[in-house]
Design a protein around this ligand. Structure first.
Ligand code: NAI
Ligand code: MG
Length: 488
């Protein structure tokens, strides 16, 4: 098998039996209410919306839609809880956060299945990445809660007050953890809104938070779409907004908070450059390219969606990449063999398909392996575009799907210029045997995170965030505490 270089035989010899993760151990209610002031509460206007399984289009549950009145209730609860929570010793606050982390670990399997059901990502990813990392974030920031004086020596950090947090649908539980853990560790109270297509794990998290015994009102979770998010942003008694999502909504939030006293951090889109030098270990780099763009169906703000290959190895890399793409399994997110799951929503699928059309119309050469999709649900084949240049829209704009734009380069200076020629500045990857080249590029590339001989690696201790239109502020690590404190 390993010696076999013939593409077709290679492909034909890899067949897998289905290996679906069981779902009989999970608990999903028919209806989810808002979590406000330590209670699950019905929305004042009585409105609910469906949450859908994107791999078959079936409804999973009813989710409450929070109106501005509900948001106001949540903010008031958070305000009432703030004094007591902020006055608690860091050690006591830490205990609750540790408890939340442990409860996530205990229920990790259930969380992983629900994340894949509601959002469409492969179970291998939710099981091995999203859920463990979410628990890690709570563990990590629980550890800081009683050590803030060491994080900010001689500066006496104080919490900001009530923070509003709005998160996207690509890493639902993980983004909730990124937002909640540092805010709580520093003594703030929170109103958090998950994205409308993926509310379930945030609501399961609300159950865990409740179980942790944390004082009521410290964490409030309100569900709904953009309007609910806007009610949080525009509420006059919110001290800070933390947002992760599209650059468009980020700009709107920046305008809406300008001239107010609200602090703001934005983690927005990206168009990450993944750069392969001729001296790189090519097979390893091909794996890295696949991981950079096809991880989580490409719904990743820091995805390596622009590939730059040094000209001398371009043919080889592209040939190996195509062959590797033929082995990727697209399908049931709950199957442990699946590499690429369902596209998160019909709306996002349309966006991606539209970009593929634009790429073709602009003269890009498309490559997609043959894929057999399930009959229901939202699917997109892993896609390459060759023969594109800097001016193509699919090279400039964030697609947020499994679509990779490939270019070549000759010199280091050329690739630095091309990589930086984008309105974004979130991530980049460099593949080379030479450490000095990696260090040179980390100085020159305008991106918040630069990976050397790897891609899409995350750790609770490591700061993450962007430049330019990718936003500002950092999450993770010591840096991630700073947006949640003030110094008087
Ligand atoms: P979005 O930015 O609309 O959604 C993110 C969050 O913002 C959701 O919770 C949403 O309910 C909320 N939101 C929407 N409008 C709001 C408003 N006016 N005020 C406050 N909150 C608001 O993203 P969407 O429409 O789901 O995706 C569109 C594109 O955005 C994607 O194709 C992708 O390119 C990009 N995106 C980027 C993300 C990233 O992490 N960089 C995450 C999600 C989307
Ligand atoms: Mg859903």
């Amino acid at each position: 098998m390993a010696k076999n270089n013939n593409n077709n035989i290679f492909k034909a010899s890899w067949t897998y039996d289905e290996a679906p993760e069981s779902i009989d151990h999970i608990q999903i209610k028919e209806q989810y209410d808002l979590y406000i002031d330590g209670k699950f509460t019905k929305p004042i206007k009585g409105k609910y919306f469906d949450t859908i399984n994107p791999s078959n289009g079936e409804k999973i549950a009813n989710i409450a839609e929070a109106s501005s009145e509900d948001v106001d209730k949540a903010v008031k609860a958070a305000r009432k809880a703030f004094k007591g929570w902020a006055a608690l010793s860091g050690k006591e606050r830490g205990k609750y956060i540790f408890r939340i982390a442990r409860l996530i670990q205990e229920r990790a399997r259930e969380f992983a299945v629900i994340e894949s059901l509601d959002g469409g990502k492969p179970i291998r990813e939710s099981r091995d990445i999203d859920i463990p990392l979410a628990a890690n974030h709570f563990f990590y920031y629980a550890g800081w809660a009683d050590k803030l004086e060491y994080a900010f020596p001689n500066r006496d950090p104080k919490p900001l007050g009530v923070v509003g947090q709005i998160i996207p649908w690509n890493f639902p539980l993980l983004m909730a953890a990124w937002k909640l853990a540092p805010a709580l560790a520093t003594g703030n109270t929170v109103v958090l809104k998950p994205a409308e297509t993926t509310s379930l794990t945030a609501l399961k998290l609300a159950e865990i938070i409740h179980e942790s015994g944390i004082p009521k009102g410290v964490v409030n979770i309100v569900t709904g779409a953009g309007e609910t998010g806007a009610s949080i942003v525009n509420h006059s008694d919110v001290n800070k907004i933390a947002f992760t999502g599209s650059t468009g909504v980020g700009k709107y939030i920046q305008k809406a908070t300008a001239g107010t006293n609200k602090k703001l951090t934005l983690e927005l889109g990206g168009k990450g450059a993944n750069i392969i030098f001729e001296d790189a270990s090519i097979d390893q780099a091909v794996e890295g390219i696949v991981n950079a763009i096809f991880f989580n169906q490409g719904h990743v703000c820091c995805a390596g969606s622009r590939l730059f290959i040094q000209e001398s190895v371009a043919d080889l890399v592209i040939e190996k990449l195509k062959r590797r793409m033929e082995t990727l399994i697209v399908g049931n997110p709950l199957d442990k063999n699946t590499d690429i799951g369902a596209i998160n929503s019909k709306k996002q699928l349309k966006t991606i398909e539209n970009y593929i059309k634009i790429g073709i119309n602009e003269g890009g050469e498309i490559y997609q392996p043959e894929c057999k999709f399930p009959t229901q649900g939202n699917w997109c084949a892993p896609t390459l575009f060759l023969n594109v240049s800097q001016s193509h829209r699919i090279v400039q704009e964030e697609i947020f799907g499994p679509v990779l734009a490939v270019q070549t380069f000759r010199t280091i200076d050329e690739v630095i210029e091309k990589a930086n020629n984008t309105p974004y500045g979130l991530s980049a990857g460099v593949w080379t045997e030479k450490g000095s080249k990696i260090f040179h590029l980390t100085q020159k590339l305008n991106a918040g995170v630069i990976w050397g001989n790897t891609f899409n690696k995350f750790d609770a201790t490591s700061p993450f965030g962007g430049y330019k239109e990718s936003g500002f502020g950092r999450e993770g690590g010591l840096h991630g505490l700073k947006p949640y404190v003030k110094f008087e």
